[in-house]
Structure formats: structure tokens, C-alpha cells
Design a binder for this molecule. Structure first.
Ligand SMILES: [Zn+2]
Length: 339
């Protein structure tokens, strides 16, 4: 450790369970943050400030004004510029801690890229907004023996739990089935920035504890910041026949069997990610601006064929706003981008 680092992290080093040796471990650590919304932005800033050496940030979306109420790393300029969240986070973290190595990935985490994106990570933080990705993370973590920390929040309520493959229960031990899709979401039920920050802070504390060589308490924490309720229970025992972490483990999410090529994305949008064919955005822009207004930056192109709005990414992915009809989304994609 350099004298500057020793000074910068002095208050954390003075905390004796971490000390200088724990700080050294943090500086060498690589953490993947999957999702860069309310949970992920808080985790990223907390870990960058704590001196975690490398952050791998994966997010498919771009900053919008409605994010600013709870997404700590972003500001009005990011929303005005339609910055992808992963790139905006990298820019913001470089001002908080220039020594943090940030690897931003503007993409959807899926079975075909998870190995490439997360192979280097020592630990994974869940900051996603859907169970499909969480089950994928769970299977990847078990198959590679990486610790991860589950976290979710909606309304004023949140839940978190550390998962240590081979030691603790896994997500599938706790939730044998993916919850039904009619769960409340932040788009339908709203969410308070105070609960996402609380859950993300507990996740970050578990991450720092694990990375500095300790085992976190294996419990499930639930919090409701509105009713003022905090509950902690010990994790139930591992399910001996768990399809993910049991002796006959199968990885249907990791193998892509459970993957939907098209997903609903928020309240009024459909994401098409079935076609992993790179697009030339400047070329597409030249073609589309003859048809309807287009706004583009180096990361994405937004196209406004009324009453719809299409955000198109260089990897071929598109988010189509203004419909939840998969057929309409597919035909807009075919019409304007191609098949
Ligand atoms: Zn399990």
C-alpha cells in the first residue's frame, strides 16, 4: 500500500476486523455489479470509496430523468445526454476514486455472455430487477464457486441475503420456483430511494466482509422503511435436492433453456434481444432520420416513429417503448432495423 492509500483508507483500516491486511485484499478485489440502477449505483459508489480495486458494471439501459430520485451516481447531465448507465457510472466513479478500475458493459447479462463478463469477478452483487437474471446469476455463482449477494426492493420494502456456494442455501433453495410475473415492480408500485440505499448498503457491507476474508452471517434481512420494520431470520437449511446446488444440479438458466428472446421491460416497453448481430449506428441513423426524428450518441440511437420510441444499441438489441405487444415490437424491429 502506498502512503496515499494508507491515508485515504485510514478510517477503514482503523476498523480492526479490516485493518491493513483487509484493505490490501479490497484493493486487489474485483467485484461485478449486475444492474446499475438504484441498488447498483449505490453499491458502485460504496465499493469505489472503500477501495475495491476493480468494478465490472453490467447494465443494458440508459439514464432517464425518473432515475435521478434514487440512482446515486447519475445527474441531470447524464439524463440529458441519454448516457448508458454503465458508461455514466464509470464517468462518475472516475471523479470519486480515480484509482478504481471500472469495466462498464452496456449489455444485457445473458447465458451467452455471462462467462466472458463475470469470469474475473471475485464476488457478484445482485442489482438486477428480475428473477430470470437472478436465477442465471445463482447458477453461474454455483458453477464457478463465487459468492454473491442477493438484493431486491420495491415500494418501501427490501430484502437481501448473502449466498456462499457450498456453504449457504442458494437462491433456488429459498425460491424453488421463479415468482409469478405479476409481482409488483418499481414501475407499477414505485420505490423509495431510502429503501434501495439501505438494501444496497447491507449488500455492500457483506461484500466488504467477504472480500476482506470474513464470512457474513447467513441470514435473510427484510426491511420496510415506511412501517419501520426490520426482520432478520437465519437462512433455512440447504435443500438437499435443490436443482441448482444439489448433487444432481442442472443449470437450465445458464444453458439458456429458460431464456425468453423477448422480454417485457418496464411498464410500457418490450426489449428485443434475440438477435445478437452488431449494427452500424451511423449508417442506421442516416437511414432512419429520413423517416422520423433520431437522436444518437456513441452508445445508442433513439428513434421516434410516433407513437413509439425505439432505443437501439450497437449489439443489435432494441427497447421499444409505447407497446407491450410483442408482435408490434417485433414488426417495428423488422420494419426499421431489419431482420
Ligand atoms: Zn440450492
Amino acid at each position: 500500500m502506498t502512503p496515499e492509500e494508507r491515508e485515504r483508507y485510514s478510517r477503514q483500516i482503523l476498523f480492526s476486523p479490516i485493518g491493513e491486511s483487509g484493505q490490501e485484499l479490497l484493493l486487489q478485489s474485483k467485484v461485478a455489479i449486475v444492474g446499475c440502477g438504484a441498488l447498483g449505483t449505490f453499491q458502485a459508489t460504496a465499493l469505489a470509496r472503500a477501495g475495491v480495486g476493480t468494478l465490472i458494471i453490467v447494465d443494458r439501459d440508459y439514464v432517464e430523468p425518473s432515475n435521478l430520485q434514487r440512482q446515486w451516481l447519475f445527474d441531470e447531465q447524464d439524463a440529458r445526454e441519454n448516457m448508458p448507465k454503465a458508461a455514466a457510472a464509470a464517468r462518475s466513479i472516475s471523479r470519486i476514486n480515480a484509482s478504481t478500475n471500472v469495466h462498464p458493459h452496456i449489455t444485457d447479462l445473458n447465458p451467452t455472455n455471462i462467462e466472458e463478463l463475470l469470469a474475473e469477478a471475485d464476488l457478484i452483487l445482485d442489482a438486477t430487477d428480475n428473477f430470470e437474471t437472478r436465477f442465471l446469476l445463482n447458477e453461474f455463482a454455483i458453477s464457478t464457486n463465487k459468492p454473491w449477494v442477493y438484493g431486491a426492493a420495491v415500494g418501501s420494502y427490501g430484502i437481501t441475503m448473502p449466498i456462499l456456494p457450498g456453504v449457504s442455501s442458494c437462491l433456488q433453495c429459498i425460491y424453488p420456483e421463479s415468482p409469478k410475473t405479476d409481482q409488483p415492480t418499481c414501475e407499477t408500485a414505485g420505490v423509495l430511494g431510502s429503501v434501495t440505499a439501505t438494501i444496497a448498503a447491507i449488500q455492500s457491507a457483506d461484500a466488504i466482509k467477504i472480500l476482506s476474508g470474513h464470512q457474513p452471517r447467513l441470514r435473510i434481512t427484510t426491511i420496510d422503511v415506511w412501517s419501520g420494520t426490520v426482520r432478520q431470520i437465519d437462512q433455512p437449511n440447504r435443500d438437499e435436492n435443490c436443482p441448482a446446488c444439489g448433487p444432481d444440479s442442472e443449470f437450465p438458466y445458464l444453458s439458456g433453456e429458460n431464456r425468453a428472446p423477448i422480454s417485457l421491460c418496464g411498464r410500457d416497453a418490450v426489449q428485443i434481444h434475440e438477435r445478437a448481430k452488431p449494427l452500424n449506428l451511423p449508417e442506421l441513423k442516416a437511414r432512419l432520420e429520413k423517416l422520423a426524428p433520431v437522436r444518437a450518441n456513441e452508445f445508442a440511437l433513439r428513434f421516434f416513429p410516433a407513437p413509439y420510441e425505439m432505443t437501439i444499441f450497437p449489439d443489435g438489441r432494441a427497447i421499444i417503448k409505447g407497446t407491450i405487444d410483442v408482435g408490434v415490437a417485433r414488426s417495428l424491429y423488422a420494419k426499421y432495423i431489419g431482420s
